[in-house]
Each structure stands twice: as structure tokens, then as C-alpha cells.
Design a protein around this ligand. Structure first.
Ligand code: NAP
Length: 265
């Protein structure tokens, strides 16, 4: 099995990643960044996001494992003091995997060129200067004219990140659905939006058409794309999925409780 250890630059993560790589090599694994079967991230959920974008052209061939060097995350099952158990689990690997939905993003720019991207958490459309005015369509049917700071479209696993800060619901990651949340919408006699999160079904898609697409910023997970005027952005559930090598299981709602409430500790 080919394994790669992908770490953030923090001291605790690089130390844990170094120790893990050594133990993996001693156990007979090929530790190499080219064509890995398993990518182990060491850091936090943000580190897993970075590894996802580094390897997003080969998602069908890779399984991810997250090791956290701080608190337990949403994409991380293992703690840094458990790396011996993780190496044992990899030695007994039977190809266990669980797949979660991703967000497919197709952008058409004003010059009619297009860009195609995939997000693990979410994508937002915002305006760098003044408020955003954009028409929103669901399945090609006009839904509303939005005015405000922006709109956020997230995956189920991304629902605990930016979307939650916008008042979005936490979605169980086994659901194949997208969620649209508003970022500071303007609602008055002139402008009217739904003012509630929307859950979009797997066979539906969302289109945002900004009025006068200049000065827009589109984010995709941790990236900001603001290079060209945008005509339209289309969001749907991606054909591909992200796969995790799930050697141990933590109930999703226990993870949510641990991250946001912590009453059991
Ligand atoms: P960052 O600003 O360094 O960290 C964002 C925080 O979000 C970190 O604490 C990270 O956890 C956490 N996080 C990432 N994915 C998550 C998930 N699926 N569920 C719950 N928490 C999650 O940026 P980054 O590390 O590069 O991550 C980019 C993400 O930041 C974006 O995808 C977006 O979701 C989020 N973000 C949130 C807001 C907001 O809530 N107002 C604003 C902008 C961006 P770790 O500490 O474990 O890495």
C-alpha cells in the first residue's frame, strides 16, 4: 500500500507526521506523495481541506485519514497520541471506506470562458465592494433576487463550518443534499429573500446570476477566486465523492456534541 502523510506546518503536527512516516516505513508501507492509496493528514480539518485540493484529481483512487493535533475535528478521527493504533489499523486494512458528497461548481465568466471546481465544505459568492445583487434559480426556475453580503452553498460535511455560522442546519453527512444559506441578506419593502436555509435535493441544482458581475469574490473552501467578472455560477452535487478509510467509528452527533456543546466533558 502506498501512503502519504500530509501535515500542516505547526510544530506538533510536523513532529507527529515525522514519527508517523517513520513507523509506516518500518511497517513496510511505501511512503510517497506520488499516486498514494491512502493520504493521512496531520493537523486539523483545515489540513484535510488542503490535502483534498492537492489530490482532487484522483479522488476515486484515494482514501483519506485525518489525525488531529488539537481537538477532534469533523474530518479527523485519530489523535496524535494514537498513531501506533493507526499504523496497526493500516496493517489490517481491508479497503474499508465511506464516501461523502462533494459540491460541483461550474462558473461561467463574462467572456464566456468557464471554470469547473469541486469543494469539500462549501462555496460562497460575495461582493468585494458594496452589496451583492444576484438572481437565484433552482433547477432553472427563478426563485428570488438576493441582496446582501452573499450566499453560501455547502455540502453535508461542510454544514458544520461556514454554513453553520450563517444559521444553517447541521446535516448528517449520509444525506445527499446541498444547503444554501444567506450571508446578511437585506429584507425590507424593496428587497425580499427567503431568509431561511434551503436544503436542495440530489437531482436539483442552484444557479446564481450576479447583476453586473464585477467585483465578485467566489470562495471554494479556503480559496478566494476573484480574478474575472462572473456571469453565472452553477452548483450541484458532484459525481465524485471523497472517501475516508474509516477504521473506527464515532457517531456523527457525538462529534457535533463534542465540537459545539462539550457538555459531556
Ligand atoms: P481557517 O480560517 O484557518 O479555519 C476555519 C475553522 O473552520 C477551523 O477552526 C477549522 O477547523 C474549521 N473547519 C474547517 N472545516 C470544518 C468543518 N467541515 N466543520 C467544522 N469546522 C470546520 O480556514 P481553513 O482551516 O483553511 O478552513 C477553511 C474553512 O473555513 C472554509 O471552508 C469555511 O468553512 C471556514 N470559514 C468559516 C467562516 C465562519 O465560520 N465565519 C468564515 C470563513 C471561512 P480546524 O481548526 O480543525 O482546522
Amino acid at each position: 500500500m502506498r501512503v502519504w502523510v500530509f501535515s500542516n506546518s505547526g510544530q506538533a503536527s510536523t513532529t507527529a507526521a515525522h514519527a508517523l512516516s517513520k513507523k509506516l516505513k518500518a511497517a513496510g508501507f511505501t511512503v510517497n506523495p506520488a499516486r498514494p492509496d491512502v493520504v493521512i493528514t496531520v493537523g486539523g480539518d483545515g489540513t484535510l481541506l488542503s490535502a483534498f485540493h492537492r489530490y482532487n484529481a484522483a479522488l476515486d483512487k484515494i482514501r483519506f485519514v485525518g489525525v488531529h493535533t488539537g481537538h477532534l475535528g469533523f474530518y479527523t478521527d485519530w489523535r496524535d497520541f494514537e498513531i501506533d493504533d493507526l499504523v496497526e489499523a493500516l496493517k489490517n486494512d481491508h479497503g474499508e471506506k465511506i464516501g461523502y458528497p462533494l459540491l460541483d461548481i461550474k462558473v461561467t465568466y463574462m467572456d464566456d470562458t468557464t471554470g469547473h471546481y469541486v469543494a469539500l465544505n462549501e462555496s460562497t459568492l460575495k461582493r468585494a465592494t458594496s452589496t451583492m445583487k444576484a438572481d437565484m434559480y433552482v433547477k432553472d426556475n427563478f426563485f428570488e433576487s438576493f441582496r446582501g453580503d452573499g450566499l453560501c452553498v455547502c455540502t453535508p460535511t461542510g454544514s458544520t463550518a461556514y454554513s453553520k455560522s450563517n444559521g444553517g442546519a447541521v446535516l448528517h453527512p449520509r444525506l445527499r443534499a446541498l444547503q444554501v444559506t444567506e450571508i446578511a441578506s437585506i429584507n425590507n419593502r424593496v428587497y425580499r429573500t427567503l431568509s431561511a436555509p434551503m436544503i436542495i435535493a440530489p437531482d436539483e441544482w442552484v444557479i446564481l446570476r450576479p447583476e453586473d458581475g464585477v467585483n465578485y469574490v467566489m470562495t471554494i473552501d479556503q480559496f478566494n477566486m476573484s480574478d474575472r467578472p462572473i456571469k453565472e455560477v452553477r452548483y450541484k452535487i458532484a459525481d465524485e465523492q471523497i472517501y475516508f478509510a474509516r477504521y473506527k467509528h464515532m457517531h456523527f452527533w457525538d462529534r457535533v456534541e463534542d465540537a459545539f456543546i462539550g457538555a459531556k466533558h
